[in-house]
Design a protein around this ligand. Structure first.
Ligand code: AMP
Length: 287
């Protein structure tokens, strides 16, 4: 007996099997949403699935730890892989199919094409992870083209990634609408992330300062403070709380991610990336 209201989703390991399933749905007149993930699912991922099911008849969740978006020194090997419990969690929300390809299925012998995004991909994450958005854009293009869903759900948690993906589907005419979804947070404000599992107890206790410091800085800016005057104390607070390296804490144009001169004239987004111990966390909020 299962405690879950829905059956476990079936698993497609090949692109051909995924297309076969989606083809059956299409012939029955059903619509489809896709949720691309790297697995180690948490409530944030499940909220994307729920948002997909609210819009469409069927939801495909892809689970693929994409080697192309990790540099050799990064955490590809350590990244949590929890397919069995992921399937249980997805049964709890009613996802229909999991697409879980092997690296060989996605990057077969002779694979030799890479998408190189510019525009929204320049700066911020790219300054610290130069390989990252090329790997993301390439795999997201492949996943979207394998599924050809009506909608693909992406979290605002990875705000620059969302902008890069929007740019990707526009520039390459990929016929899937990109739907951005709000960040799901722990009760203390920490943005949910599969990488939170790396945190020691002390690091986990310190981590919510990222969100708290951003909220205070955003409030100060809304109250008329200059951007840098609001960000300087927030940076100090994050470092004092135990983060060892602040890659960036900035305010950018919410759509283009361009630098902002005049705080009153644009919709603004505050974005942060910082290291605590061996873990790099990112977050962002609307200003
Ligand atoms: P990941 O498995 O971390 O690559 O993330 C897969 C998708 O889930 C991406 O679109 C992320 O932006 C989204 N996501 C991750 N964490 C959260 C969160 N806390 N709230 C909402 N979406 C999230």
């Amino acid at each position: 007996m299962s405690a879950n209201p829905y059956p476990r989703p079936s698993v497609a390991h090949s692109i051909a099997a995924l297309r076969e399933t989606v083809g059956q749905w299409r012939r029955a007149g059903e619509s489809v949403a896709m949720v691309p993930t790297m697995g180690a699912l948490h409530q944030g991922h499940l909220d994307l699935v729920r948002a997909g099911l609210a819009r469409r008849d069927r939801v495909v969740v892809s689970i693929f730890v994409n080697p192309a978006q990790f540099a050799p020194h990064e955490d590809f090997d350590a990244y949590p892989r929890t397919l069995d419990s992921d399937l249980d969690k997805l049964a709890g929300v009613g996802a229909d199919v999991v697409f879980a390809p092997s690296a060989r299925e996605m990057y077969p012998e002779g694979f030799a094409t890479r998408i190189v995004p510019e525009g929204a991909a320049l700066g911020l994450e790219t300054d610290f992870r130069p390989h990252f958005f090329g790997g993301v854009a390439t795999v997201v293009a492949k996943l979207l083209l394998a599924c050809l869903a009506d909608d693909a759900m992406f979290g605002e948690k990875d705000y620059q990634q969302l902008a890069v993906v929007r740019q990707l589907v526009r520039d390459l005419n990929i016929p899937t609408a990109i739907v951005g979804c709000p960040t799901t947070r722990e009760a203390d404000g920490l943005a949910m992330s599969s990488r939170n599992a790396y945190l020691t107890a002390a690091e986990r206790a310190a981590a919510p300062v990222l969100h708290a410091a951003m909220q205070d800085a955003a409030r100060a800016i809304r109250g008329g403070a200059m951007i840098e005057a609001a960000l300087a104390p927030a940076r100090e607070r994050i470092l004092a709380a135990g983060f060892r390296d602040l890659n960036y804490l900035v305010v950018r144009h919410a759509v283009t991610l361009a630098e902002i001169k005049d705080p009153t004239s644009e919709t603004m987004r505050m974005l942060v990336a910082a290291w605590i111990g061996k873990t790099r966390l990112i977050d962002n909020i609307a200003v």
